[in-house]
Design a protein around this ligand. Structure first.
Ligand SMILES: [Ca+2]
Ligand SMILES: [Ca+2]
Length: 291
């Protein structure tokens, strides 16, 4: 009863997804998955950097999908927010036909036109993840909806959904389960997963807790740094997890539950997005009267 009251006060309402996973409705149409309080086993003995460790949480809510162009457009409409790339006037971009690791300066590339004036417009792709936003842009959006970016451990907890394998669906990669780069090089995409660039969010099956696209589509910004990273990493860089449409077996194969990437703090890319975390309402003290 107390929980229902608190959720009602915050404007949340419960509904069930097609997978019958209980989701909660958040601001700006975010669908939220409740990650239960507990202590979670993260990392792996086989991973070079992300070693086994425990993560304790009081629980949190996390969006079931990457933040979309439509959601970000609502934020911009309400606040007149101007992104880092819009202020700069250009951003890095690239796609099929690029050399490995090649990001070119594209004048006019920003979240509205992630690949520049000659590429697809975000306005025409409302259910695709927003890209070409810096870490600060993502944080500004999160503040607007009353949330924040996940920490790297919160992201891994939610992305695993209890799985102990490198992928939410098991031990082996499956091209049918996520949107990454299919092909030996970036000169040619085999289109095995059906998408060359971003895919509409929720195009692929969710993990066991109802989160879509934790692997692939866009990298997702995360706060903090892992113990093996330089202590000052957050001064110059921000972490990203889960890999993206641009990641191939031969370049940036970070499309798994273990790798942790990072990128320059002020940069924006067409394969970098985010999802939002909401803290749970503080529990009343045990001796507080329940109304
Ligand atoms: Ca793809
Ligand atoms: Ca993703």
């Amino acid at each position: 009863m107390r929980r229902v009251l608190l959720l009602t006060m915050l404007g949340f309402a419960a509904f069930a997804s097609a997978a019958d996973t209980k989701l909660e409705q958040g601001k700006n149409d975010h669908r939220l998955v409740r990650v239960p309080a507990g202590e979670y086993a993260l990392g792996s003995a086989e991973h070079r950097f992300n070693k086994p460790h425990r993560f304790k949480t009081d629980g949190f809510l996390i969006s079931d999908a990457e933040t979309t162009n439509a959601e970000f457009a609502a934020f911009v409409k309400a606040t007149s927010y101007v992104t880092t790339a819009e202020k700069t006037g250009w951003s890095l971009s690239g796609g099929e036909g690029s050399a490995e690791w090649e990001w070119k300066r594209v004048d006019g590339a920003n979240w509205r036109l992630p690949f520049g004036p000659d590429g697809p417009a975000a306005e025409k792709l409302p259910d695709h993840p927003v890209t070409q936003i810096s870490g600060e842009d993502a944080r500004a959006y999160c503040r607007w909806v009353g949330g924040r970016l996940p920490t790297i451990d919160e992201w891994e907890t939610a992305a695993r959904a209890g799985a102990g394998t490198p992928y939410p669906w098991g031990a082996e990669f499956s091209a049918k389960a996520c949107n990454v780069w299919n092909g030996e090089t970036h000169l040619k995409n085999t289109r095995e997963d059906g998408f060359v660039l971003t895919a509409p969010v929720r195009s692929f099956p969710p993990n066991a807790w109802g989160l879509h696209d934790v692997i692939g589509n866009v990298f997702e910004y995360c706060e903090g740094h892992a113990p093996w990273m330089e202590s000052n990493i957050t001064e110059t860089r921000i972490c990203g997890r889960g890999g993206s449409w641009w990641c191939s077996e031969n370049s940036c194969h970070f499309y798994n539950l273990l790798d942790i990437g990072s990128m320059a703090k002020g940069a924006s890319l067409p394969n970098q997005g985010f999802r939002v975390v909401f803290d749970l309402p503080a529990k009343p003290a045990p001796d507080s009267p329940v109304k």
